[in-house]
Design a protein around this ligand. Structure first.
Ligand SMILES: Cc1cc2nc3c(=O)[nH]c(=O)nc-3n(C[C@H](O)[C@H](O)[C@H](O)COP(=O)(O)O)c2cc1C
Length: 383
């Protein structure tokens, strides 16, 4: 990398990016991450502090975890939900706090489908006992794995009901003050299970070739897009491939992304896998970036890159190389809520810190953190 291109790369990650009428102050996104800490879908102080800290930490866009459109759409009883106005009112202080720190609040709406009714991961991630479980919905009555509950094949009434649940949740997301909405179509949950030939064996209008498998997810996109304000961006998270022979391919995902674009989707967030057990997923490096790059190039739609992006310079070069438009960081953000500010410092910028934290600021020099040489008056703060 030449030093000139390096400077460009760094600037791009930290530069604002506009989607419709929403300006993200930088291109660093807190990826959606389940916290399993809600009761009856209601957010509490954990969600305020968790999401709020990442806004204080300087991320341009802070997503909630997968937020269920109905109680039966939850993965676990600890998931966030948005199936009543009460949920929306409880989320408003969180979006207000995120916005007041210069970040943009985003929500990921989801339905868990055949992967629902599980215990929390720290309780073993097993199926819930019968008296606590709910019936699972899917395109086809195929259990996720041995020992998992078999879902019910959705009837046309069932499909209509779920579209309506997404529409109502979208209205409530507006009420709650969110500015970006992402539909979760990845990781084996309901909408991914429609897209994948491994989990969708239907012979009606909602199964068959890739266009037919995409029909139900697209009906949701159309209904949500016409409900979500036109000046606010709509993202979709895809599992770009299933990592399994006979499963969803990158070519399918490119085709789906082209149609999504024509339906008014503004960005495809490119994850992968988790629709079938025993998939052959690699790990340990940003292996999903090539999916973001191909979808961006071949479907001509903005993309988000996610997965094993830990290093600021790597994040910067993903954007500079034209592989994606935004970088989503998950575990890095759990480890360090100030990931974005530290990334900016590591790239040689002088990030704004909240006034209250200004005296903590150290600077990155010669590959190592140094105690700050700056006095309080010289450190940039948001005041
Ligand atoms: C604790 C945790 C919870 C997650 N929950 C969600 C979720 O609610 N929705 C989603 O799309 N992905 C979820 N993911 C996946 C992340 O968004 C991300 O795609 C994945 O962790 C890879 O990025 P990373 O290497 O930066 O962690 C979760 C990941 C973690 C670690």
């Amino acid at each position: 990398m030449t030093s000139e291109r390096c400077a460009d790369a760094e600037a791009l990650l930290l530069r604002p990016r506009i989607f419709r009428e929403i300006e993200l102050p930088n291109r660093i996104v807190v990826a959606p991450m389940c916290q399993y800490s809600a009761e009856n879908g209601m957010p509490n102080n954990w969600h305020l502090v968790h999401l709020g800290s990442r806004a204080v930490g300087g991320a341009g866009l802070v997503f909630t975890e997968a937020t269920a459109v109905s109680p039966e759409g939850r993965i676990t009883p600890g998931d966030l939900g948005l199936w009543s106005d009460e949920h929306a009112h409880a989320m408003k202080p969180i979006t207000d706090f995120i916005s007041s720190h210069g970040s943009v609040p985003g929500i990921q709406l989801a339905h868990a489908g055949r992967r629902g009714a599980r215990k929390k991961p720290w309780d073993g991630n097993l199926g819930l006992p019968k008296e606590e479980a709910w019936s699972l919905a899917a395109p086809t009555a195929i259990a996720f794995d041995e020992g998992w509950s078999t879902p019910e094949e959705l009837s046309s009434d069932g499909l209509e009901r779920i579209i309506e649940q997404f529409v109502l949740a979208t209205k409530r997301a507006v009420l709650a003050g969110f500015k970006v909405l992402e539909l979760h179509m990845a990781h084996g949950y309901l909408l991914h299970s429609f897209l994948s030939p491994l989990s969708n064996h239907r012979r009606d209008a909602f199964g068959g070739d890739v266009r037919k498998r995409a029909e139900f997810p697209l009906r949701i996109v159309a209904a949500v897009r016409s409900t979500w304000p036109q000046d606010l961006p709509l993202f979709v998270r895809l599992s770009a491939v299933d990592w399994m022979a006979g499963g969803l391919t990158i070519e399918d995902s490119i085709e789906i992304s082209k149609i999504m674009k024509s339906f008014g989707v503004d960005l495809v967030d490119c994850s992968s896998g988790f629709n079938v057990p025993r998939e052959k997923m690699p790990a340990g490096h940003p292996f999903q970036v090539p999916f973001a790059a191909r979808i961006r190039r071949e479907a001509e739609i903005p993309t988000g890159a996610v997965g094993f992006i830990l290093d600021a310079k790597e994040a910067a070069s993903i954007l500079a190389d034209g592989h994606a438009d935004l970088v989503f960081v998950a575990r890095g953000m759990l480890h360090n809520p100030y990931w974005a500010r530290h990334a900016a410092a590591a790239l040689g910028a002088n990030p704004r810190w909240p006034t209250q934290y200004a005296r903590s600021v150290r600077h990155f020099h010669d590959g190592a953190w140094q105690p700050t040489a700056l006095g309080p008056g010289q450190i940039r703060t948001s005041a």
